[in-house]
Design a binder for this molecule. Structure first.
Ligand code: PLP
Length: 398
């Protein structure tokens, strides 16, 4: 019977990882997979996280089940981290899910259960899993323009033009910060304009927040989102702890919902519980408990864990910001043009370079430089010694 299973489309990034692993060239560069790497090309465990792990290993007394929404103290910490005091606390609730992907999935189940035939609008381009999950859930997915291929910046006019076609009850999926794959982000003014627009159209924003702290700062990265949350009756937010806590494999995620009326609290929470029960039952605890400990006022001997985490995250962010400036300078020198100046303006780990599929292929075959086929690079995969080689290679293929 199982021989009737359908072929599944392969994941391009995972296929790229395999190609990279098989490449024997010493000078090969991996700019494909979306994990943060330090200057030595490693993805280390953050110190605040490893301290919290040691504490937890001693303090945790049981591995019995937690609740269907997971560790509620963790949820409280994530709500504070993301929304601070932008919305009254009794209008916010949330539950744990396995990673940002799990949080998105659970929020989409919640939206699908409304039976309103909502259409979900995603940016073009977007993280490929957005369309894939919507498709998997049988939900209607539409795209809005987002990226200007000429300037490699956000094309906000075209975005608003396309969003002119939203209907009341539609959902618009936004990237909270550090847009994947483009690296081009909405300005605070754009968030304000979108908020005004959504408030007139009865549209539900669903914000995917996978990189808080990777752009301009922990607070700065959510300023637009907080403005939207404080000015609209409802908003859903899928938060990932994979990148900013470096806990990729522990599957740390929170599905946060802002409701218009605190009397809907119990019903909304019961729905989240029920969808968790039906999908995976209890969410994974370990990573969430570690994050909870990092963000709580727990004092280690030397420095509060939360301060240590903020400092480490700041170091990661500065590395990416410096790399952006150096890479755009280096590309300017190699190509003798300002074509790639946008790299310094983008934020987060990614930038879409605007190269053709053939140019991307040549970079891989002739220079051992691996990037996703749409020319998305993960900047954190570079170190300062590789910048000029990379830029020279780009100059030879364009
Ligand atoms: C835009 C975006 N959303 C969500 C995620 C989900 O992250 P995770 O499920 O690993 O927490 C990612 C990860 O690559 C992402 O880039």
């Amino acid at each position: 019977m199982l021989d009737k299973l359908k072929e599944q489309p392969g994941d391009k990034i995972i296929a790229l990882m395999a190609l990279f692993a098989a490449d024997r060239r010493k000078e090969k560069i991996d700019l494909g997979v979306g994990v943060y790497k330090n200057d030595q090309g490693k993805t280390p465990i953050m110190k605040a996280v490893s301290e919290a792990m040691s504490i937890l290993n001693v303090k945790q007394e049981s591995k019995s089940y937690v609740g269907l929404l997971g560790n509620m103290s963790f949820i409280d910490q994530m709500i504070r981290l993301v929304l601070k005091d932008s919305v009254p606390r009794d209008r916010i609730l949330g539950g744990q899910a396995p990673g940002g992907t799990g949080a998105l999935h659970q929020l989409l189940l919640l939206i699908r259960s409304l039976d309103t035939d909502s259409r979900v609008w995603i940016s073009s381009p977007s993280w490929p899993n957005h369309a894939a999950i919507l498709n998997h859930l049988g939900m209607n997915c539409l795209q809005y323009s987002y990226f200007d291929e000429e300037t490699c910046e956000v094309d906000f006019d075209s975005m608003m033009n396309d969003l002119g076609y939203v209907k009341p009850g539609d959902v618009v999926l936004l990237h909270g910060c550090c847009h994947n794959p483009t690296g081009a982000n909405l300005s605070k003014e754009n968030w304000i304009e979108l908020t005004n627009f959504f408030s007139q159209r009865d549209v539900l924003p669903l914000v995917d927040l996978a990189y808080q702290g990777f752009g301009d700062g922990i607070e700065e990265d959510v300023a637009g989102l907080q403005h939207m949350a404080s000015n609209l009756p409802e908003i859903c937010i899928a938060v990932s702890g994979s990148k900013n806590f470096g806990l990729y494999r522990e599957r740390v995620g929170a599905a946060i919902v802002v409701i218009s009326d605190k009397r809907q609290h119990k019903r909304t929470e019961d729905n989240l519980k029920s969808f968790n029960r039906l999908t995976f039952s209890f969410p994974p605890d370990y990573g969430a408990s570690v994050v909870n400990l990092v963000l709580s006022d727990y004092d280690s001997d030397k420095i509060p864990l939360a301060d240590l985490w903020k400092k480490e995250l700041m170091e990661m962010r500065s590395r990416m910001l410096k790399l952006r400036v150096s890479l755009s300078d280096s590309l300017r020198r190699s190509t003798n043009s300002n074509r790639f100046d946008f790299v310094a303006k983008h934020r987060g780990m990614f930038s879409l370079l605007g190269l053709s599929p053939n140019e991307v292929l040549r970079l891989r075959e002739e220079h051992g430089i691996y990037m996703v086929g749409d020319s998305r690079i993960n900047l954190a995969g570079l170190n300062h010694n590789q910048l000029d080689n990379f830029s020279r290679a780009v100059a030879t293929v364009i």
